[in-house]
Design a protein around this ligand. Structure first.
Ligand SMILES: NC(=O)c1ccc[n+]([C@@H]2O[C@H](COP(=O)([O-])OP(=O)(O)OC[C@H]3O[C@@H](n4cnc5c(N)ncnc54)[C@H](OP(=O)(O)O)[C@@H]3O)[C@@H](O)[C@H]2O)c1
Length: 272
């Protein structure tokens, strides 16, 4: 089976591609230099000449705060770019896997978000990712995999930021809760969905359990055996340009392991 990955040089793509290869897939890695998703002709040419069985669409505009002012670019990449990918996948009968986000929700629900819950994004990034979801739904054969609080060995992320700040006095937001997810867990979850030929539709592929950003930071330092001056704060004390959901816990139907188990493994691998 042949899989084409967009955004393969990103944090997720760099873990996903070797995992797919280990599973026996022929992997075509693309990124903006070889497949600019905003260029429909480029998308058509690359997909037609490779004719993959699956496209796993990881490419995105991912700077959540910058998107608030750089809206045009965020829309161009996340909505128009995804529309291009979806349109060509539909035409060529290719199954499309799209990576979406917990930021499509407004965070006002009590309890876990289900894939069937109504999205109501509060940020430009969330709105553009939801626009991408709508474009993907025009295909007959698609998986929308919503993930959250992603970290991995190949990109800028919360775990690495916390570790880099270990010598400072740190205040971390304690009134936003969600599901930390290692890129390897998400990759394995995606492989599981396509291997099992799960019904097409929306899935939540994130770590099981939940915590706050403060709880996440505390666990990171505990697993790294670092003594850090860490204290909780509120969202109001740490204002950011983009509004985040207070609650973004998603029901994952056991697709991924517990977030703490995954984080422990990530930290162990990191210190090797
Ligand atoms: N990170 C998170 O916490 C998180 C949470 C939920 C969902 N997600 C979703 O998960 C997916 C993967 O995220 P990630 O963290 O791996 O993102 P990432 O590291 O920012 O990777 C995205 C990749 O897409 C590339 N790209 C940007 N514009 C492109 C274009 N026009 N054509 C082709 N490629 C383009 C980027 O290249 P440049 O670096 O050169 O721009 C980068 O290599 C995204 O869909 C994201 O929305 C992420």
């Amino acid at each position: 089976m042949k899989v084409l990955v967009t955004g393969a040089k990103g944090m997720l793509g760099q873990d996903l591609c070797p995992i797919l290869e280990d599973e026996g897939y022929e992997v075509i890695e693309t990124d903006i230099d070889s497949l600019d998703i905003t260029n429909i002709k480029n998308v058509e040419d690359v997909l037609k000449s490779n004719m993959p069985d699956f496209v796993i669409h990881c490419a995105a505009y991912t700077n959540v705060d910058k998107a608030e002012e750089d809206t045009e670019n965020a829309e161009k990449i996340n909505i128009q770019g995804t529309q291009n990918i979806a349109q060509v996948c539909k035409k060529l009968n290719i199954t499309l896997v799209y990576i979406s986000t917990d930021y499509v929700f407004d965070g006002t629900k009590t309890g876990k978000y289900l894939p069937s819950d109504k999205p109501n994004p509060q940020s430009i990034y969330g709105k553009t990712k939801l626009g991408g979801e709508k474009a993907v739904m025009q295909c007959e054969k698609y998986y929308i995999t919503r993930t959250s609080w992603l970290y991995g060995h190949h990109g800028k992320n919360f775990v690495e930021t916390m570790i880099s700040l270990k010598d400072k006095d740190l205040k971390v937001v304690d009134d936003q809760i969600g599901c930390p997810t290692w890129t390897v867990e998400l990759s394995n979850g995606i492989v599981k969905l396509i291997e099992e030929q799960a019904p097409y539709g929306i899935y939540h592929v994130c770590g099981s359990g939940y915590t706050s950003w403060y709880g996440f930071a505390k666990k990171i330092f505990e697993l790294c055996n670092l003594k850090v001056n860490l204290s909780p704060c509120t969202t109001d004390e740490f204002p950011r340009p983009a509004k985040r959901p207070k609650n973004s816990i998603m029901e994952n139907n056991k697709i991924c392991r517990n977030w703490e188990t995954a984080l422990k493994e990530y930290i162990e691998l990191r210190s090797e």
